[in-house]
Design a protein around this ligand. Structure first.
Ligand SMILES: [Zn+2]
Length: 143
């Protein structure tokens, strides 16, 4: 039976460390029902769903903001994977300026499949002019 066990593993990041197995199930139907719940429960983690030895699903879950008002750093996700209800900000590590970025700008749209962390090094701070020292941050759009 053990090679036909369905499970969801929680990793700290893709290729990182296994933290725990958050769910085990006997059937495909049950594990599919658990998958969306696991995505809600493990913000900022990397989830892998297995059917025995086979990977059936993988997801990097966006990091949930610590509060509704404070933007949080974004992991190695792309704009494509960032849910619609997140605002995007650029944060300058040199002067501390935080500025909202239009996530629908054609320039970003073009690179929507690339990890935001890789694109951040191209950002130039509008305040101090610092280049390559900015990070992308995200915040849930206030309702
Ligand atoms: Zn700056």
């Amino acid at each position: 039976m053990s090679n036909h066990e369905y499970r969801i593993e929680v990793w700290d990041r893709d290729g990182g460390a296994l933290l725990e197995t958050c769910c085990r199930a006997k059937t495909d139907r049950l594990i599919r029902a658990a998958w969306p719940a696991a995505i809600e429960d493990y913000p900022g983690r990397f989830l892998i769903c297995y059917n025995g030895a086979h990977v059936t699903d993988r997801a990097e879950v966006p990091l949930a903001p610590r509060s509704d008002t404070e933007p949080a750093p974004v992991g190695r996700i792309s704009l494509f994977d960032l849910p619609e209800w997140y605002q995007l900000f650029a944060y300058c590590a040199d002067c501390g300026r935080m500025e909202e970025v239009d996530r629908r700008s054609p320039k970003l749209e073009e690179m929507r499949l690339r990890p935001l962390a890789d694109l951040a090094i191209r950002l130039k701070c509008g305040s101090c002019g610092s280049h390559g020292r900015s990070k992308f941050m995200v915040r849930k759009i206030p309702r």
